[in-house]
Design a protein around this ligand. Sequence first.
Ligand code: ADP
Length: 184
Amino acid sequence: KTILQQKLPSGQTLEICQGDLTAMKVDAIVNAANAHLAHGGGVAAAISRAGGPAIQQESSAWVRSHGPVSHAKPAYTSGGNMPCKYVIHAVGPVWGSGQEEEKLAAAILGSLALADELKLASIAFPAISTGIFGFPKELAASIFMQTIPEYFEDQPHGTLRQVMLVLYDTPTLTTFCQAFKEEF
Ligand code: ADP
């Protein structure tokens, strides 16, 4: 369910939604993964469950051939049984690991760049790092609101048209709506 929507100066639409990321009918959903793509908890476990065994199998194969996933260069798999075509596995920072703001921005930028590389039109993000990884929600929300328009200013000729931020719990939704209203 869309709560807020904004057309960016570069033409793409940014939306805030409440709901379950795994049900989104978009070209790619973004997973809040860890570097080893071991999808044990939080949204990663929900994606593994909804997508079926293909998600963990393809993820493990990715790590075997490419090594651990960095913040700036996300991995991707199919969407398995979910409506999305792809899952982009982005690695956000663990709060307390140092340079957390840069790392979160890198994970967002890397996901958008990968979606453009795959020639996708729509992408949906969860609130990366704000669950098990402990990143403060207010700070994460303002980084999302600044980093997404910046990406499109720098890369105006990609295929992406629609970016959704899909928030699951009400406190996170409220925080992201606040940051959205401050930014736009
Ligand atoms: P991280 O380890 O990066 O902190 P988590 O999965 O623990 O990632 O949490 C990230 C966010 O994902 C949290 O706000 C959590 O509430 C949310 N979340 C959990 N399940 C879902 C889901 N099915 N759809 C969207 N967001 C979800």
